[in-house]
Design a protein around this ligand. Sequence first.
Ligand code: GLV
Length: 350
Amino acid sequence: MARQRCVFEPQLYDEAGLCDNCRSMKPAVLVTRRIYPEAVEYLKQRAEVDYVDSDDGLTADELLRRIRGKQAVVSQLTDKFPPAVIDKLEGVCVIANVAVGFDNIDPAAATRRKILVTNTPDVLTDTTADFAFALLMAAARRVVEGHQFVHSGQWNKWRIDLLVGQDVHHRTLGIFGMGRIGQAVARRGRGFHMRILYSDAVRAPEGVERELHAEFVSADRLLRESDYISVHVPLLPETRKMISADQFRLMKPTAIFVNTSRGAVVDEAALADALEKRVIAGAGIDVFENEPTVHPKLLKLENVVLAPHIASASVDTRKKMSMVAAENAIAALEGRRPPNLLNPEAWTGA
Ligand code: GLV
């Protein structure tokens, strides 16, 4: 089998991928915070595992200290790997992120150091789309306000206009980013007989447009014509704050805005302002610019449904994400190309 390199001594590998000095040694993996136990077991059967069995996360210094002597890191989106950190990683072959998003890692810096970077796509697509739609529905039909109303004992009579919301069915759904999750959200919209508009840097294949009856439009047209707007783009320099005051001004005053991608794609202060001044009608927000801190204005508004970054949080999906990350890490350590390799330029194996 062709090997990426010996995990310990790149220059001295044999056919099994191990150098003379370390043929009997197991590679070492750091798991930076709690993941599902079956993934830890899988790793332990194949490597020495330094498991941070806690939800607290490591500081930047602790992260670097714990990585020392490891060949793989199973990381989460709270672990930051900017170039300054990546440049200090000695002997690390792979960073396996337990997330589809990887804006916490600088892939270019990793590529320069020949460190493989992987993520966990596919397994979370439908779960995340379900939740985007749940936020959309909750905001449109005022589910949380209804819950609070009943829960606080305020419900004492039926009223024709009590907590009236907006219809979802047969309305227009605008999707920013027609990748896997955007398509899954569009599919749900079709189930509600919605008209689908989308905007993206690259047009989706014809088959996708046909299946979803999705129309490729400019960002401005999407903002002007949509009743519901859902964002599914990765966080990149060009998507940072792509939804800001100007974009909210273009939306309908009845529009409902949903974000399950990354908080920094939206200018959170501008969102809070747009909701407060009723520039738009409502929002469903799962991701924030400085998690777990939320803009204080958002915490006071009734026309926004807030969630703590849980769009992919079903038991099955979070287990699968843990396993996929573990499998990516082990593949790299065993010299196999990881299934979800993000920086193929760093791959020197066959
Ligand atoms: C969660 O936000 C993910 O990127 O998987």
